[in-house]
Design a protein around this ligand. Structure first.
Ligand SMILES: [Zn+2]
Length: 344
C-alpha cells in the first residue's frame, strides 16, 4: 500500500488488475481538459478499465488519489509501469471556458502549485525518485506528458518503447503555459524536500501554512524592455507593487507573455524589494535570485516564482515586492502580466 497522507481517498475499483509498478522513474504532470469532479466521475464509472492517473488536483488545490502507487495507472501509455501520474484541473470555474482545440490550457493557479509540490515531495520520497527536471523522457525525475508524445517531445527512435507516453501524436498536455511553470514547481519541491526530512511534527511553515490567496487581473499593455538593463515591470496601470511586505511568508508568482523574443535570446526575471516613501526617491534594497529563460517561436510564456518574507519598512517607508526584467533581445516586449500570491 502506498497512499499519500492528506490526499482524499478516491481509489478506483479493481486496482489489482492494473498490475504492480515495475519501477519508479518519473512523476509526470498532465492536464485534464476538464474539472476534478468531471474527471472523477469518468474515472469512477470505468473503474480501472479505462485510462486513469494516480492523482488528481482540483481548481482549489484538492488532492484526490485514484490509484495506490503500488499499482500502475494508464495515463502514460507504454510508460505507465514506470511513471506516477498527476492530472490537474483546467476548465470551468475560475479557469473559464476556453477553446480546447490547440494549446490554450491556462496556467496552474497558486493552490494547484502547492498541491502539486506536496504530491511530488511525497512521491519522490516514498519511491526514491530524484526531485529534478527530466532532461529527456529517458531521464529520471519530474516531467510532463508531452515529453513522451510522438510528433512532440518523443524522439522517433523511442516509438513503441516504454518512453512512449501517449498513443496520440502531437498531444500538447499539459500545454505551453503549464510547461513553463514546471521549473518553478521543481524548485519549490526541492525546498519542500528539505523540510520534509526534519524529524517529528513539521511546523506549518512556508507554503504549507499559507491560505490567503491574492491575485491581480491580467494586465495587458505592451511594455518595451531595456536591452542589458534591469527594468521594473508594471503589474497594472501605473502600478509596480505586487505586495506590501509585512514580514509574513509568501509565495508569489508572476506570469508574463513575451513577444519578439527569439529562441537564441533570453529573458531574466527577479523579484526585488523596493523601499518606498511618498515624496522621496524609491530605493531598491533587496534582490531575490534571478531565473533565466530562452525565447521560443511565437509567444513565449514565462513564469517566475519566489518564496520570501521581507520585513516591514522603517522610518515611515514601506517595503514593496516588485518584479524586474532583463533581456539581451532588441525586439522583445512584454504584452501581458499577471501576479498571484499565497500568504501565511
Ligand atoms: Zn496528459
Amino acid at each position: 500500500m502506498a497512499m499519500m497522507p492528506g490526499a482524499v481517498n478516491r481509489l478506483l475499483a479493481n486496482q489489482a488488475r492494473q498490475g504492480r509498478m515495475k519501477s519508479y522513474d518519473a512523476v509526470s504532470l498532465h492536464t485534464m481538459v476538464g474539472s476534478l469532479a468531471g474527471t472523477d466521475g469518468m474515472f469512477q464509472k470505468d473503474g480501472t478499465v479505462g485510462t486513469e492517473s494516480h492523482f488528481g488536483v482540483g481548481e482549489h488545490g484538492e488532492i484526490y488519489q485514484w490509484v495506490d502507487t503500488a499499482y500502475t495507472a494508464d495515463a502514460n501509455y507504454l510508460g505507465s509501469g514506470h511513471v506516477i501520474s498527476i492530472e490537474t484541473a483546467d476548465y470551468g470555474g475560475s479557469f473559464g471556458r476556453w477553446n480546447t482545440n490547440g494549446d490554450n490550457v491556462p496556467y496552474w493557479n497558486a493552490k494547484q502549485i502547492v498541491s502539486i509540490v506536496k504530491i511530488i515531495v511525497w512521491a519522490c520520497k516514498t519511491h526514491n525518485i530524484p526531485i529534478r527536471q527530466m532532461s529527456s523522457v529517458r531521464d529520471r525525475g519530474i516531467g510532463y506528458h508531452a515529453m513522451g508524445v510522438p510528433n512532440n517531445g518523443l524522439p522517433n527512435s523511442l516509438k513503441g518503447t516504454r518512453y512512449q507516453w501517449s498513443k496520440y501524436p502531437g498531444k500538447v498536455c499539459p500545454g505551453r503555459k503549464r510547461i513553463s511553470q514546471v521549473p518553478s514547481i521543481i524548485r519549490l519541491a526541492q525546498g519542500g524536500a528539505n523540510t520534509a526530512t526534519e524529524p517529528a511534527e513539521p511546523k506549518k511553515e512556508g507554503i504549507l501554512g499559507m491560505s490567503k490567496y491574492l491575485y491581480s487581473p491580467v494586465y495587458k499593455a505592451a511594455q518595451k524592455l531595456a536591452r542589458y538593463k534591469w527594468k521594473t515591470l508594471a503589474v497594472g496601470k501605473n502600478a509596480w507593487t505586487i505586495l506590501t511586505c509585512g514580514g509574513d511568508p509568501h509565495m508569489t508568482q508572476v506570469q508574463v507573455t513575451v513577444e519578439g523574443l527569439k529562441p537564441s535570446e533570453t529573458i531574466q526575471l527577479r523579484f526585488v524589494v523596493a523601499s518606498y516613501k511618498r515624496g522621496s526617491k524609491t530605493i531598491i534594497d533587496g534582490y531575490y535570485p534571478k531565473d533565466e529563460r530562452p525565447g521560443s517561436t511565437g509567444s513565449t510564456f514565462i513564469t517566475h516564482t519566489q518564496i520570501g518574507s521581507s520585513s516591514k519598512g522603517k522610518n515611515g517607508r514601506s517595503n514593496r515586492l516588485r518584479v524586474q526584467v532583463w533581456t539581451n533581445s532588441k525586439t522583445a516586449k512584454i504584452t501581458t502580466v499577471q501576479t498571484k500570491s499565497l500568504k501565511g
